[in-house]
Design a protein around this ligand. Structure first.
Ligand code: C5P
Length: 223
């Protein structure tokens, strides 16, 4: 029997970037390192949860006690998320930096160098966290927002638009926090029905921020 703030809860976390193939040897991706998601996975496990980490391509060790499933594209991450939902999920935490677009038609063979210009047409990827939030048996949904301006306004908008229960946002224009940094500072908002005040998490290590996010999730679940 496990003890802790999330004892017995099944938590699914998406983390890292996604990788969208152009052809068999090339892809489109982004600079996400997965650090925040992995830190949250470790904190959830320490809090007594059963944790499944859906990880895009990152070079991080799997946290102790965490079940990790590696995925590559946004479509694969969504498929695996839906599968996890069927298996049972109490809390879904979306930290992944999902590529907004994927290549419309992935070339079967390596594209050969030819003209001076190459056009690749892109189509929108599904929104994973919003898709999960629309399911009938939905878990407690946590999203993230990284913004460079109007941080709180955009985050509050996403909380409503994606039907989340909680959103953690940070200002990625600050060089000292976010992305590859080991430190982070966040503001957490809760959906209106929780009637909970927003929380400012002061600049701290990603491990400490993760612990505070676990506390915020616990408090909302018991509100
Ligand atoms: O819309 P934006 O990308 O800023 O939203 C960020 C939040 O939505 C994060 O929680 C991210 O993991 C999630 N997201 C997602 N699927 C997408 C895009 C974003 O789950 N295709």
């Amino acid at each position: 029997e496990k003890f802790g703030l999330l004892a017995g809860k099944r938590v699914v976390i998406t983390a890292g970037p996604t990788r969208e193939a152009i052809d068999p040897v090339r892809y489109i991706s982004n600079h996400s390192t997965g650090k925040m998601g992995f830190a949250i996975a470790a904190a959830c496990y320490s809090a007594g949860a059963k944790v499944t980490l859906l990880a895009g391509p990152v070079s991080l060790d799997t946290p102790n006690g965490v079940r990790r499933i590696n995925v590559s594209s946004a479509i694969k991450m969504l498929d695996e998320s839906m599968h996890q939902l069927e298996e049972g999920c109490d809390v879904f935490i979306a930290t992944a930096a999902v590529a907004d677009y994927r290549v419309a038609e992935v070339a079967e063979h390596k594209i050969k160098k030819a003209g001076d210009e190459l056009n690749v047409s892109l189509v929108k990827n599904p929104d994973i966290v919003a898709t999960i939030a629309q399911q009938s048996k939905r878990p407690f949904m946590v999203g993230f927002a990284a913004e460079t301006r109007n941080v709180e306004e955009y985050a509050a908008g996403k909380l409503v638009a994606k039907k989340l229960d909680m959103i953690a946002c940070n200002d990625v224009s600050r060089a000292d926090i976010g992305f590859a940094s080991d430190q982070n500072a966040m503001t957490v908002f809760f959906a209106e029905q929780y009637q909970m005040e927003k929380r400012d998490l002061e600049k701290a290590s990603k491990q400490e921020i993760a612990q505070q996010l676990v506390e915020a999730i616990h408090d909302a679940l018991h509100h």
